[in-house]
Design a protein around this ligand. Structure first.
Ligand code: ADP
Ligand code: MG
Length: 252
């Protein structure tokens, strides 16, 4: 697996630039006369470049939490600060601006543009972030995720693992310091899944904050910090029980 280096980590990735602060955050949904408490009184503070895993069963509030951290959604109550800016006191336009320069997303189902090549998909990330020389950034990042030889392939010509690496490259091409990944290995076989985790771990070592959401407890063993959710509450927050495992120790 290629190592990360150089211009992919943007100069904006200072400590303040990747701070995440949630205070007493609730996200409730009104459904058919009732209320679903997707998140309840959540407090979370992240101020270091680290590999974080949000762990919990289906329906525990993981995606809701990720969407709030990524400024895609707003809480019912409580305060969220991203990179030091209070999202809950910001206008929609301000939230979009903060999101654009702070976070990037990776999804379970890759979400690549089918009509664009691997290189063009990655360049899209550099374009939306307004980076200088986006094509060069894209080529460089694609090389770093080990897909320099697949630049002109379309998504349907790539394996699932390769598609996910393109999706990660697109996120990295933004240069943003926080990487949010929702079940990024959910559609991959075990071996490919471990390769993707290795790539994501390397991003934390390169100075990013990487937040991976999963229902798979095994994945949480390689985290620096595990935030465990149950029915919308954080029920545990700390290093993995028994210490951080090596990727080679994982089985599922
Ligand atoms: P997870 O990602 O852990 O599976 P989610 O964050 O998607 O969980 O959902 C948490 C809870 O909130 C679930 O009970 C889900 O049905 C509910 N929920 C999520 N989004 C909405 C929504 N837009 N409207 C109503 N209920 C929702
Ligand atoms: Mg989910």
């Amino acid at each position: 697996m290629p190592k990360q280096s150089g211009p992919v980590v943007d100069a904006r990735a200072g400590a303040e630039g990747r701070r995440i602060d949630l205070d007493d955050v609730c996200r409730h949904f009104s459904v058919g006369g009732g209320v679903v408490r997707a998140l309840d009184e959540v407090n979370l503070h992240v101020d270091e470049a680290a590999f974080l895993v949000v762990l919990g069963p289906s329906g525990s509030g993981k995606t809701t939490l990720l969407n709030l951290v990524g400024a895609l959604d707003a809480p019912t109550s409580g305060t969220i600060r991203l990179a030091g800016t209070d999202l809950t006191a910001s206008t929609r336009a301000e939230r979009a601006r903060i999101r654009r320069r702070t976070v990037s997303f990776v999804f379970q189902s890759f979400n690549l543009f089918p009509g664009l090549t691997a290189l063009e998909n990655v360049q899209f990330g550099a374009d939306v972030a307004g980076r200088a020389r986006p094509e060069r950034v894209a080529a460089e990042v694609l090389e770093q995720v080990g897909l320099g030889g697949r630049a002109r392939h379309f998504p349907h010509q790539l394996s699932g693992g390769e598609q996910q690496r393109v999706a990660i490259a697109r996120a990295l091409a933004t240069g943003n310091p926080i990487l949010l990944a929702d079940e990024p290995t959910g559609e991959l076989d075990f071996r490919t899944g471990v390769q993707i985790l290795e790539l994501l771990r390397a991003q934390a070592e390169a100075g990013r904050t990487v937040v991976v959401v999963t229902h798979n407890r095994e994945i949480s063993r390689v985290a620096d910090r595990v935030i465990e959710l149950s029915s919308g509450h954080i029920v545990a927050d700390g290093p993995p029980v028994g210490g951080r495992a090596a990727l080679a120790e994982l089985h599922w």
